[in-house]
Design a protein around this ligand. Sequence first.
Ligand SMILES: CC(C)(COP(=O)(O)OP(=O)(O)OC[C@H]1O[C@@H](n2cnc3c(N)ncnc32)[C@H](O)[C@@H]1OP(=O)(O)O)[C@@H](O)C(=O)NCCC(=O)NCCS
Length: 333
Amino acid sequence: MNSIVSKISGTGHYVPSHVVTNEELCKRVDTTDEWIRERTGIKERRIGDPKQDFPSYMATQAAKMALEEAKLSPNEIDFILFSVTIPDFLFPNTASLIQENLGMTHQCPSLDINAACSGYVYGMVVADALIKTGAYKNILLIGSELTSRFNNWEDRSSCILFGDGAGATIISRTEGNPKEVGILKHILGSDPTKKDALILRAGGSRIPITKEILDNKENFVTMDGQSVFKAAVKTLASQCEFVLRESNTTHDQVDWFIPHQANLRIIEAVGDRFKFPKEKVIINVDQYANTSSASIPIAISEAVKDKRIKRGQLLLLATFGAGLTSGALAIRY
Ligand SMILES: CC(C)(COP(=O)(O)OP(=O)(O)OC[C@H]1O[C@@H](n2cnc3c(N)ncnc32)[C@H](O)[C@@H]1OP(=O)(O)O)[C@@H](O)C(=O)NCCC(=O)NCCS
């Protein structure tokens, strides 16, 4: 029986023009191109212009591309959901800055969500729920991250991992059989017992910035890489398994596996488990590194533009991030 379901009606992305290769990072920290490639699969990343590439700016560029693809004007968007880890300002929220940048002249609810790298998948589930209330028709969902701002450029184990960029998706209302179209199944999770494995402690209400904090570089990300790595492989695998099982989908019915792009070894470990051939796994971590919640929507947008992703195909998205948040969903494109 038909009911309200969500569809992806537009996709867009933006990455800063400045490319930073592994060789260039070797001038800043004690590392090698070979080490970074072998341990992460990353070859280069984009680093935003600090005078221009704020999360709101990058998000706006990605949103404009998505609007054009969906053939919608900004005033036809009736909700902005914006995923960001470090926003432009602590407040007002960044979604409202994007609303202004897009020149929207109508009252449009604008909401930031922070689930770190998992924010886009969380956002898609929230957008789907909003669509299903019947109150909204076109939701602009964006992940945009200036990770270079929270990187400790003296910590070789973390600064090599991240890159800047934005990806946008428009989620629109349509009708169909919910077992066949839209989001077929999702799962979201969070494991706060591992919150210390990936954290930026200072700069919020609990630990305000002081000279001592700055001197100790506590205003940057700290990470226990191995702990995050192990949790990521385990969680991604079990959540993908859940989504496939609960949507009565076999592995070979999935057209594209689009995981969060944190580390090629994590992606390969999960892909191998489900026997997804490499050609069915969308990868951009080599070019852009880990762009946090922008990684999946950038990957989707690029694959739509180059026609790898086609209407009717089944996409399996899976993510994890600080929190440790996580999520997976199957959506018919
Ligand atoms: C960070 C990560 C790449 C490190 O790889 P690893 O294989 O676990 O490496 P280890 O942490 O065990 O470190 C091994 C050695 O390499 C060194 N090392 C760390 N970073 C290095 C670098 N950039 N270049 C060279 N050596 C480095 C370490 O100091 C350590 O040396 P030691 O044995 O002398 O102490 C990996 O753990 C990872 O990707 N984790 C997940 C991180 C992530 O995805 N975070 C974002 C989540 S959204």
